[in-house]
Design a protein around this ligand. Structure first.
Ligand code: ATP
Length: 336
């Protein structure tokens, strides 16, 4: 990521309070973006995450000039959209809805035709095919490509204009684990070797977790979490798991000292999920728990401090957002 002097990342794209709704065929108003705000740091791979229908595609379309926001501002490369869409479009490559290629032509031929529109030379076409790992299959016809290869050719098409920003909508949809891994490695190469900024949407956290520097979680058209991965992980609290033979005694020792100890049955037998008292100034590293237990002759078989994963944080963010929405829905009723 490109930093500024103060250490804060430089922002390449910013959505600020963007609203967008559609009229459905039944005449109903369908809100797709409901005050959507997000920032994309320069040089980062940003994972745009959210369940189906949460507004990811609409947000990306708004950035690409394919959907016009009702309200709010989007800036990219220091220019405001849609006023400067053409300036921005020249610096962006995108794979947003299945790429349209000719089945009877080879991958290379398809890409060459597209490259001509962008003034790409033959060696540049070959370079992009190599980059996406299709150099070995360049002369096979597109109709014989696997789904993973088709997606890679779609990314190649997005790269042919040599963009600084690459926008990919669900590029891993339907891919097998090997193809997902390949796509992740490609995104890392684009960031590390070409200095590209990448926005990649997905409804599956594990698909983008290993490659994203920054994660934006969207729910019901609103961003509920927008932060760097290290910052997110630091926000998550770790969990202490104690595996003991005598869970009853261990639990009573810990609760006597104000700890919460929830019995569970894990893969290694009985265990307690322990949380220190709310009054404890620092998170527990486990030594306090070990001391309390051994003082009472309870010797744990195992004591593990499990760090929160991005998945835990994702689930917590979604639950918190749902709870806030439910509260907000109840409030007007109290007033009436
Ligand atoms: N052209 C449209 N007309 C009517 N409703 C639309 C249109 N485009 C999107 N929507 C609605 O807006 C909401 C957000 O859709 P969007 O496609 O942006 O979500 P998404 O997060 O990309 O979902 P998915 O992962 O399923 O593609 C959904 O309720 C969707 O039905």
């Amino acid at each position: 990521m490109t930093g500024t002097e103060g250490g804060a990342p430089e922002i390449l794209v910013r959505f600020d309070q963007v609203f967008k709704s559609f009229r459905t065929s039944r005449g109903r108003r369908q809100v797709a973006l409901d005050g959507f705000s997000m920032s994309v740091p320069t040089g980062a791979v940003v994972g745009l995450l959210g369940p189906n229908g949460s507004g990811k595609t609409t947000a990306l379309k708004a950035l690409l000039g394919l959907a016009r926001p009702d309200r709010g501002t989007i800036t990219a490369f220091g220019r405001e959209l849609p006023a400067d869409q053409r300036f921005v479009a020249r610096r962006m490559g995108a794979l947003i809805e299945g790429p349209a290629f000719t089945g009877s032509l080879t991958g290379e031929h398809n890409l060459r035709l597209l490259g001509e529109l962008h003034g790409a030379r033959r060696d540049e076409v070959a370079d992009v095919l190599e980059l996406v790992g299709l150099d070995g299959a360049a002369h096979r016809s597109y109709s014989g490509y696997s789904l993973g290869m088709k997606q890679r050719l779609g990314v190649a098409a997005a790269l042919i204009s040599r963009p600084d920003l690459l926008v990919l909508d669900e590029p891993m949809n339907g891919l097998d684990p090997e193809a997902v891994r390949h796509m992740r490695e490609l995104l890392k190469r684009l960031r590390d070797e070409r200095g590209m900024t990448v926005v990649v949407s997905s409804h599956i956290l594990s698909e983008v977790e290993l490659v994203s520097d920054w994660v934006t979680i969207v729910r019901n058209g609103r961003v509920i979490c927008d932060a760097s991965v290290p910052e997110l992980l630091a926000r998550g609290t770790s969990r202490l798991v104690v595996r003991v033979h005598d869970a009853v005694t261990a639990r009573s020792v810990l609760t006597d000292h104000g700890y919460t100890a929830v019995p569970a049955f894990g893969p290694a037998g009985a265990e307690l999920q322990v949380e220190p008292p709310a009054t404890r100034p620092t998170p527990s590293d486990g030594s306090d728990v070990l001391r309390l237990l051994t003082e009472r002759d309870v010797y744990p078989r195992e004591l593990v401090v499990e760090s929160a994963s991005l998945e835990d944080i994702y689930v917590a963010a979604v639950r918190a957002a749902d709870a806030a929405t439910a509260t907000a829905r109840q409030e007007p009723r109290h007033g009436t």
